[in-house]
Design a protein around this ligand. Structure first.
Ligand SMILES: [Zn+2]
Length: 334
């Protein structure tokens, strides 16, 4: 059900630009040009039950509660590594896996021989009985907050920083998650900005689901396409930064899944199937097939399947291939 925003107030342009610049410094000039041409306006509305983040014409409207829930879900998304990395890593061939992941072989959390199916590892994984309920509890909190009419501070789970927390005051692990949460919000904002651009240029794709996919693709392009030159200028490792931005996009997919209505997974008149959105955002990411990003993304996908009580009986030749198989599974079970 579409919620009508109430009492909107304009968010200063600097605030939105700052978030986007922090997530993609190489796009600072492009952002200026984009703002001058399209003049997107961001508004914050009163909190209400359900999600509020949408674009119409030149306006993007969101509410604080939705942003807090996205934030909380971004933190929850990080827990998939604790829960599912043993199953994902065991499902891959052993040769050189640790090396390719940049780990000491003794650091690999292999609970079963490599090449064991995800289903078999999960069946045996005693650790999962402790880690998975914690992950699900965070998601439960996020959904409770989302469904409430107003934000109730005492429903916020302990141990998760509030969205307004100062980055520098957080422990190192939380800082990395903080950055991912900011970047995944930038993905969501870029998606909405593309809707504004289509409205102004009057050239939106003919169907609503096609427009959604095009907005996903544009957000991904905006946040990754100029990264190579930027990384060279800054003498940073291109794969490392692309890996981080891509992880943030995977977090965004997870947030989208957990904050939208389940019956939308298979697609509707307005939205494409979730699996198509995953492909639009992630497929063909130019990273080595066993890059950390693919392992993380596979954990996110397995997390989504486990939320539906589906445990796939899969192995694969690489983490990238495993992701493709898991997306197929999501498509089949939507
Ligand atoms: Zn959209």
């Amino acid at each position: 059900m579409t919620r009508v925003p109430q009492n909107e107030s304009l968010v200063p342009r600097e605030y939105v630009e700052k978030l986007l610049r922090a997530s993609a410094p190489e796009r600072t000039e492009d952002l200026k040009i984009l703002w001058d041409r399209y003049q997107p306006e961001f508004y914050v509305a009163d909190d209400g039950a359900g999600v509020m983040l949408s674009a119409s014409k030149k306006r993007v409207v969101f509410d604080q509660k939705t942003m807090s829930v996205y934030w909380l879900l971004s933190y929850a998304a990080w827990r998939v590594l604790d829960c599912y990395s043993p199953a994902i890593l065991c499902a891959l061939p052993p040769d050189g896996l640790a090396e390719r992941l940049g780990l000491d072989p003794r650091q690999l959390p292999l609970t079963n021989p490599a090449g064991t199916t995800i289903e078999a590892v999960i069946r045996d994984d005693n650790g999962l009985a402790a880690s998975e309920p914690q992950f699900e509890e965070l998601i439960y909190s996020a959904r409770t907050i989302l469904n409430a009419k107003e934000f109730l501070h005492d429903t916020w789970p302990s141990g998760i920083p509030f969205p307004g927390a100062e980055r520098e005051s957080l422990p190192a692990q939380d800082r990395a998650t903080f950055d991912l949460a900011c970047m995944s919000t930038a993905f969501a904002f870029c998606h909405e900005i593309r809707h504004v651009m289509y409205a102004k240029d009057k050239n939106a794709p003919s169907s609503r689901p096609d427009e959604e996919l095009a907005c996903d693709c544009w957000a991904r392009e905006f946040l990754t396409a100029k990264l190579g030159v930027y990384a060279r200028e800054q003498e940073w490792n291109y794969e490392d930064i692309l890996g981080k931005r891509s992880m943030a996009a995977a977090v965004g997919i997870f947030v989208l899944y957990e904050s939208s209505e389940r019956h939308g997974d298979a697609g509707s008149e307005d939205y494409p199937p979730l699996a198509d959105r995953m492909d639009a955002t992630m497929r063909n990411t130019p990273l080595e097939p066993n890059h950390n990003f693919w392992v993380f993304y596979a954990c996110v996908l397995l997390g989504i399947l486990r939320r539906r009580r589906v445990t796939p009986n899969l192995t694969a030749q690489s983490a990238e291939e495993l992701c493709a198989l898991l997306v197929d599974k999501i498509r089949e079970t939507s």
